[in-house]
Design a protein around this ligand. Structure first.
Ligand SMILES: C[S@@+](CC[C@H](N)C(=O)[O-])C[C@H]1O[C@@H](n2cnc3c(N)ncnc32)[C@H](O)[C@@H]1O
Length: 211
């Protein structure tokens, strides 16, 4: 059963795990762009990037962003996530981190350079998923990116009416205004972070808004 105790154990197990490849790829792409801009405009002040991490958990991705010099708004509806992310984040990085306890189904997503959502959007029911997708898109201006790990329709969670596991075409249609820079679909009999067997079908994606 996925309750606060489940998430507390999940945060214990994942707090020290490395960031996902999706957020690392997004950071690298921004780093390349910012280095090119700095070379073209020597003397211009360096740009501090801003990310919103949706369903941040214990903050493995948020910390990667903070270490790369980003400012991060980390959002999760579990109060335990706030405790975990704050405990795991190095004190010198804390000033650039804001943690909000809120439901992705309704929380405001401010305009930002990157929205990151690692294995969190599937916990929204269909309508909330669509509404959240709309708020993610509204937060991203041309040049901004969306990095995500999204459960797809052959994941075993797809039969759960409380969750959303869309077909890949639906994600691609939703990214019509984006250049897809990373799209890795995976399907395998796997294990959850807590060691439970799980038939997993997901996409790892990074996309850059074009228009
Ligand atoms: C599988 S964990 C992933 C955590 C983190 N992104 C990571 O990769 O380690 C999913 C996270 O989403 C959060 N979550 C689930 N439903 C949510 C909702 N409706 N609003 C906000 N957070 C939610 C959970 O509390 C949990 O921290």
């Amino acid at each position: 059963m996925v309750d606060s105790d489940y998430w507390r154990r999940y945060y214990e197990v994942t707090a020290e795990r490395p960031a996902w490849g999706t957020v690392r790829k997004a950071i690298e792409l921004f780093r390349e762009e910012d280095a090119a801009a700095a070379a073209a405009h020597p003397g211009a002040p360096p740009r501090r990037r801003f990310a919103v991490d949706l369903g941040c958990g214990a903050g493995r991705d948020a910390r990667e962003l903070l270490r790369a010099g980003w400012r991060v708004l980390a959002i999760d509806n579990e109060p335990g996530a706030r405790t975990a992310i704050e405990a795991a984040t190095e004190p010198e990085l804390r000033p650039q981190l804001e943690v909000r306890v809120g439901d992705l189904g309704g929380v405001e997503i401010p305009e930002c350079d990157l929205v990151n959502a690692s294995v969190s959007l599937q916990f929204l029911k269909d309508q909330a998923f669509d509404a959240t997708w709309g708020r993610i898109m509204a937060a991203l201006r041309p040049g901004a990116r969306f990095a995500a790990m999204i459960f797809l329709d052959r994941d075993e969670s797809a039969s759960d009416p409380e969750m959303s596991c869309p077909p890949p075409e639906r994600i691609q249609d939703g990214l019509i205004d984006f250049q897809i820079e990373m799209w890795v679909e995976k399907e395998e009999d796997s294990q959850s972070a807590l060691g439970e067997p799980h038939h997993m079908h997901l996409v790892e994606l990074v996309a850059r808004r074009l228009r």
